[in-house]
Ligand binder design. Sequence first.
Ligand code: NAP
Length: 283
Amino acid sequence: MPRFEPHPQRRPALVAGASSGIGAATAVLLAAAGHPVALGARRTDRCEEIAETIRKDGGEAVAHPLDVSDSGSVDRFVSAAAAALGDPEIVVSGAGDLGAERVHELASDDFAAQLQVHLVGAHRLVSRVVPGMVARRRGDVVLVSSDVVRAPRTRMGAYVAAKNGVEGMARALQMELEGTGVRASVVRPGPTMTGMGMGWDAETTGEVLEEWVRWGLARHPYFLRAEDVAAVVAAVVAAPRGTHLTLVEVQPEAAVARPPASGPPPASGAAGAAPAPVPEVER
Ligand SMILES: NC(=O)c1ccc[n+]([C@@H]2O[C@H](COP(=O)([O-])OP(=O)(O)OC[C@H]3O[C@@H](n4cnc5c(N)ncnc54)[C@H](OP(=O)(O)O)[C@@H]3O)[C@@H](O)[C@H]2O)c1
């Protein structure tokens, strides 16, 4: 008799923030892995387009409106997804937005709005979905955090505060869920090429990148792709029962330097190396 029942054959997944970036890629990858998926975001038309592509490729997908800053919207999204696909076995909290203001220049209402989406939004999903998972004695909750928890960045104070809140909440949740069969996991991406930050003007983007370099936060020009992070989310939920990937940080790998004709490869990114120039972002 196994110590843990294996995952059920059918594991419906809810993906919040599925209209673009990491959430969209996660929905596509989970569907390709056989999960029925419910895509939620405010831009329902984009979620529906992605769901349609998934269905054309033989997967099972539905799209519903979702605004994680509104408890009623979260409730309606989860109810509609469960009615269409069955009880959720997986929920991915990936909705988010990002300003580029300095903390002391940011209006407190705007600061609170970022906490609403990233932190309270994640809590809304957890509080709506996890009680059912606990009753069923299984489930996966994936909270998308950010490497800013480990290495804060300038011009993102509200975001840094929100993601620290997400990880703090996740750690408490993990303790509370111990022995319930429900796994709460944090996926902590580094810089990823998505829609996030794309609304900034060129001048702001340049300034922010320069500040990252000044603070030693841009070691090379490579960004992750949304699909790379989705692969990590998929690995977290695919982990066999009896194991729990509690926190996974994923960073873009630097380009592999060609070794010289003889001798060791040049030190790249070694401690004490000269700071990288302002990055030309490459994928
Ligand atoms: N990109 C990075 O470098 C990076 C690094 C670390 C962590 N992350 C995290 O990864 C997650 C996904 O972001 P992304 O990079 O993929 O950015 P993205 O492409 O801009 O996607 C963000 C998603 O969140 C949705 N969203 C925003 N506000 C929402 C709300 N109130 N209710 C429901 N959905 C909402 C957006 O859809 P609608 O606008 O249609 O609602 C969109 O689908 C975020 O939690 C972000 O903090 C990103």
